[in-house]
Write a protein that binds this ligand. Structure first.
Ligand code: ADP
Length: 264
């Protein structure tokens, strides 16, 4: 049995609205798995992830990272174990691509420590891995959305944690960048927990998915098991056709506009 990297038990979080944004959410992520959190807009995916990467503090429940209580760890300790790629990657000041990626080294260092030769090599490898080495000296603010996202993923790689938390990493990116980013992440061969908006992307890349609706996990399983016409209709309220794609051998979903029904 692969070891469990992340265990979330009865996580609750409320923004003070009528309904809790995370309502007794429980799930786990095993070493080496690529796990997707899917569900409609507003179902709580971001809220759950923010509680895990410590941008929000749970109102209830427990989060164990490698068996240890996350909330009892220092931020540095948890940053050594997990790297985060959020949705909004805008920065108030400009930096070069290389400087941003080098920030990934900070959990490994003391305040004001300069980058040593080892740090520089790791940063260089991360840039190469994400195809960003040629852009090392470019200004971050002038990059395209896809290049920015690759830079932030390179920073996560330079952080050398073997667990990536991603919040809809390809949001706003066109299809070629979506594929490129997910391929790159998959090639890292690391443990991944990602909110994914696009069900076809979830089918292509995830080993296991949890489905959120109204702050609760309503379904879980492999994409093959979960992405059925009936489940998609129940959760998203849309009609679709689902078939196994002859080339990818993964589930392929075609959404149907109102008025078009599947042929019996
Ligand atoms: P998802 O990532 O699945 O789109 P979110 O976690 O962003 O869902 O949102 C879950 C619920 O919490 C939604 O009802 C949303 O409106 C609400 N919510 C999210 N962020 C805030 C906030 N900062 N203040 C108040 N309500 C919020």
């Amino acid at each position: 049995m692969p070891e469990t990297r992340l265990e979330v038990k009865d996580l609750c979080y409320s923004y003070g609205n009528a309904r809790d944004a995370a309502d007794h959410v429980s799930f786990n992520v095993k070493k080496g798995q690529f796990v997707g959190l899917i569900g409609p807009n507003g179902s709580g995916k971001s809220t759950v992830l923010k509680n895990i990467y410590r941008a929000l503090k749970p109102a209830g429940g427990r989060i164990l990272l490698d068996g240890e209580d996350l909330l009892k760890m220092s931020y540095r300790e948890s940053a050594l174990k997990m790297a985060v790629v959020g949705q909004e990657n805008e920065l108030p000041f400009d930096f070069t691509v290389e400087e941003i990626v080098a920030m990934g080294r900070s959990p490994h260092k003391k305040l004001f420590d300069a980058d040593n030769a080892n740090d520089k090599q790791i940063v260089h490898h991360a840039l190469e891995h994400l195809g960003m080495a040629d852009m090392a000296n470019r200004s971050y603010l002038n990059l395209s959305g896809g290049e920015k996202q690759r830079t932030i993923i390179a920073r996560a790689v330079a952080q050398e944690s073997d667990f990536l938390i991603l919040d809809e990493p390809t949001n706003h990116l066109d299809i070629s960048f979506q594929i490129q980013i997910f391929d790159l992440i998959k090639r890292l061969n690391t443990t991944v927990l990602s909110a994914i908006h696009d069900l076809n992307m979830a089918a292509l890349y995830c080993d296991y998915v949890y489905v959120l609706k109204n702050g609760r996990i309503v379904l879980e399983g492999t994409p093959d098991d979960v992405l059925t016409v009936e489940n998609i209709s129940n959760v998203y309220g849309v009609d679709c056709c689902v078939s196994r794609h002859p080339v990818t051998d993964k589930m392929s979903i075609t959404f149907l506009p109102a008025g078009i029904k599947t042929k019996e």
